[in-house]
Write a protein that binds this ligand. Structure first.
Ligand SMILES: [Zn+2]
Length: 143
């Protein structure tokens, strides 16, 4: 299927003053062909994450499309305004507390109830002292 599927049109876009060249409209958003999107103003979700940013609840402002060379299929990607993006949420104190509690629970030996200062194996939930004592006991019985 050769030919211009997406003809060039000019449209007003949120990331620039004045009309910009786009490839029409896709899902109600300006459509941009690969290589035409301003990389300093627009980014895909993955590109935002790579910059330590998140869309901040904002909807994508444009759709990027490209052609996969080998399969010849057209792909689409949502583009977000970098200006509207916010830093990825830092860990809150409550989150740290929850994490510390979870880690502490993983360190408590279920036999002696002590914290051996390392994460006990999930298979036994015992510290090595108790595990070894248990093993020796079993071996002693077997012998
Ligand atoms: Zn123990």
């Amino acid at each position: 299927m050769a030919g211009k599927t997406f003809p060039w049109t000019t449209a007003l876009v949120p990331w620039a003053d004045g009309p910009q060249y786009t490839r029409g409209v896709h899902d109600g958003l300006p459509l941009l062909s690969f290589g035409c999107a301003p990389r300093d103003k627009l980014a895909t979700y993955r590109q935002l994450r790579a910059m330590g940013l998140r869309p901040n609840g904002c909807d994508p402002v444009a759709v990027l499309y490209g052609r996969h060379n080998r399969s010849g299929k057209t792909w689409f990607a949502s583009l977000y305004l970098i200006a509207n993006a916010a830093p990825v949420r830092p860990m809150t104190p409550a989150k740290w507390t929850a994490l510390a509690k979870a880690n502490l629970a993983r360190r408590i030996c279920c036999t002696c109830g002590k914290d051996p200062l390392y994460v006990v194996p999930t298979s036994t939930h015992q510290c090595w002292k108790c595990f070894e004592a248990n093993e020796n006991e079993q071996n002693g019985q077997a012998a």
